[in-house]
Design a binder for this molecule. Sequence first.
Ligand code: MN
Ligand code: MN
Length: 297
Amino acid sequence: MEKKEIETLQEAGKIASEIVKYAKSIIKKDMLLLDIANKIDEKIISLKAKPAFPVNLSINEIAAHSTPSYNDETLAQGLLKVDIGIHIEGFVADTALSIDLENSEENKNLIKAAETARDFALSKINLNTKIREIGAEIEKVCKSFNVQPIHNLSGHSIEVYNLHAGITIPNFDNNQESTIKPGIYAIEPFTTLSSGSGSVRDGKLSGIYHLEKVGTVRDNFAREVLGYIADEYSTLPFCSRWIHKKFGTRGLLALRQIEQAGLLHHYPQLIEKSNSKVAQAEHTFILTLKEKIITTL
Ligand code: MN
Ligand code: MN
């Protein structure tokens, strides 16, 4: 990796960690998720970066892939995960925090477990660490907090304009003998109660999409919206809220036409299978032949 690329990744990471601090400072119980999302979007732009994906604001048993629609009335409550992505010219930082909004010891323990598992795994990772060993460390820390990791959610490699670039970093020992190579990775343990199922299922559609296929649509206006999506987001995720902000209600109809033409992937929400509460912690790091840099600290 070139010096310039590493610097850009570090700059994105620094902004991501500023957004984490900002999120912690503004989020209060009963605030509209929509207000939180809009404020975070504005703050990212004011720091001269772009969102790498719509901020995920996922409550309790919703583990991930939830972002407010333009007219959403959901209020912040319970165990709230805030998953934040920043990019500068496609160089991505991916980070997440969890907030307990009901003063619950159970929530606090789930959060502490996720953060400790993340940080312990990060401290252990070096070139040629076996990927299964990273998962085993995460699982071991979770057990020490008397909680369990979500088994079908994992960390991932990152490339330019590509959030999930193919390699997964499991949150348990998955017997993967391969070792970790130089690259960009996100490590993200999700924790749930030991009485929970420890896995997620697909829930309702989230309003989060990414452009999946090159193609066109018949309607002129829908074609204009499609062009905007390709220019503005490339293959990174975006949401219906952003399209509504730019194009109004017509934009949402166009979005539906583009989806019906088969050009989009529409993410479902991810829900803990037994509706057990979920916490998440995440950092992005760069591994080179010489060093390990955690960009989102
Ligand atoms: Mn994330
Ligand atoms: Mn991630």
